[in-house]
Write a protein that binds this ligand. Structure first.
Ligand code: AMP
Ligand code: GLY
Length: 425
């Protein structure tokens, strides 16, 4: 089977690596890919927003399945457009992708289906939002309603920060995404990411992970796309996973079914594990990045089989096998990220790191120059991932691999995994 993978990040390199390992793959294409993905797949330059061009490419290259890494093409309707051309897409159609595309849409579903989440209110004007703030006070969380590339959320611990965030959103700081604002209760607890594979009616739990969103050690500094992750997340005990399926994932799947917009693809529940149990912070309609990297490292099944069962509505009775090991990913980013940074620095030593047993270096923002040098061309650049019997062992090995990489213009956190290791795992 020929497959086209859409995306260019570390998440997509991990997916490409697992897809390419399947004996069922004919040709794996990737658009646009990166230097790492191009070692696993045939990279092509295709604009994922141009659905007609994607469909045309698929027909010319006998591609019957498109795997979409990031959320933007899904929210824009790539699955709907390709379905009309008879091409299967791993990922939800536009209406179901609203679970990530609109926070107020998801909140409404939570209310109707009793999914535990933070109390909230939705506002279309700054005046009304500020008035609500006067009544509730801080702490409070201010969110732009639409997609804002992870930058539309401010956890405000005082009134001044909350007021500024509301005014910023309504004055266009997040573009159209901020024309509507959700104000919600601040949840207290430990965050975890839970992934389920869905075929419209059945959901299979995949695995759990924990991300590290802040740029610097000790969870300090600005928010990023994620500076590291590990799987499994110890806070997600068997009981907590069962509750998450029953109280959050299955009701959402039912909601999408009731609305005649069945959900197909990976459903990622961003959770706060509170004293009362799991509460939904947000849904995403794709794998997490970097959470996908440790997940793929641990997956002990054929990814093509799993994806095919999902798009063919054939997950009932299925299981997913995992290595018993833990996996941990350290993100290496260009100095300056998540703010301004320079592109074009040369990275050495990746092959040596990659050659270590139980280590895989996934690429994010990388390219090869004309001389074959590996060049950093993004904020997040490498995802050094290792397996270990425990999270502590995976951490030790991942950092030993990081040590082999020579890249003065890069930086990374030195404490990925600290929560799990503090628990003695
Ligand atoms: P989101 O884009 O909704 O995932 O929010 C980004 C981050 O903001 C989350 O990962 C949390 O760390 C934090 N956050 C969002 N909503 C809440 C909330 N209701 N309570 C506490 N923290 C939150
Ligand atoms: N790592 C967080 C996300 O992918 O949204």
């Amino acid at each position: 089977m020929n497959i086209l993978l859409i995306g260019s990040g570390g998440r997509e390199h991990a997916l490409a690596w697992k897809l390419a390992a399947s004996p069922r793959i004919g040709t794996l294409f990737a658009a646009p890919g990166n230097a790492g993905i191009c070692e696993e797949a045939e990279c092509v330059s295709l604009n994922a927003d141009d659905f007609a061009a994607v469909a045309d490419f698929c027909k010319r290259n006998a591609v019957s399945l498109v795997v979409v890494g990031p959320e933007a093409p899904l929210v824009a309707g790539i699955a709907d457009a390709l379905a009309e051309e008879g091409i299967a897409v791993f990922g939800p159609k536009k209406q179901a992708a609203m679970l990530e595309g609109s926070k107020s849409f998801t909140k409404e579903i939570c209310r109707t289906y009793g999914i535990p989440t933070a109390d909230y209110a939705v506002f279309d004007s700054a005046e009304a939002a500020l008035e609500h703030l006067q009544r509730t006070g801080a702490p409070i969380v201010v969110k732009a309603d639409g997609l804002a590339a992870g930058k539309g959320v401010v956890v405000a611990d005082d009134m001044e920060t909350a007021e500024r965030a509301i005014r910023d959103a309504f004055s266009g700081a997040f573009g159209a995404a901020g024309a509507r604002v959700v104000l919600e209760e601040k949840l207290v607890g430990e965050e975890a990411s839970f992934f389920a594979l869905c075929d419209g009616t059945t959901a299979l739990p995949l695995a759990t992970a924990q991300d590290h969103k802040r740029a610097y050690d000790g969870d300090t500094g600005p928010n990023t796309g994620g500076m590291g992750a590990y799987s499994p997340a110890p806070v997600m005990t068997e009981a907590m996973c069962a509750r998450t399926m029953d109280e959050i994932v299955l009701p959402a799947l039912k909601a999408m079914q009731d609305a005649k917009t069945p959900y197909v693809g990976v459903l990622y529940a961003g959770l706060m594990i509170t004293e009362d149990g799991p509460k939904l912070i947000e849904f995403n309609v794709r794998f997490g990045d970097p959470e996908c990297q440790p997940l793929m490292m641990r997956l002990n099944d054929d990814l093509v089989d799993l994806i095919e069962a999902s798009v063919n509505h054939d997950l009932a009775g299925g299981t997913v096998r995992w290595l018993p090991d833990a996996a941990l990913t350290v993100v290496m980013a260009t100095r300056g990220y998540p703010g301004a940074y320079e592109k074009g620095s040369v990275i050495e030593g990746v092959e040596e790191a990659d050659a270590m047993e139980g280590v895989k270096v996934f690429h994010a923002g990388t390219q090869r120059d004309a001389d074959g040098n590996l060049i950093a061309v993004g904020g997040r650049v490498l995802n050094v991932t290792a397996l270990g019997a425990t999270i502590a062992e995976a951490q030790k090995k991942a950092y030993a691999a990081v040590e082999k990489i020579r890249w003065p213009e890069g930086f990374y956190r030195r404490d990925i995994g600290w929560r799990a290791i503090k628990r003695g795992l």
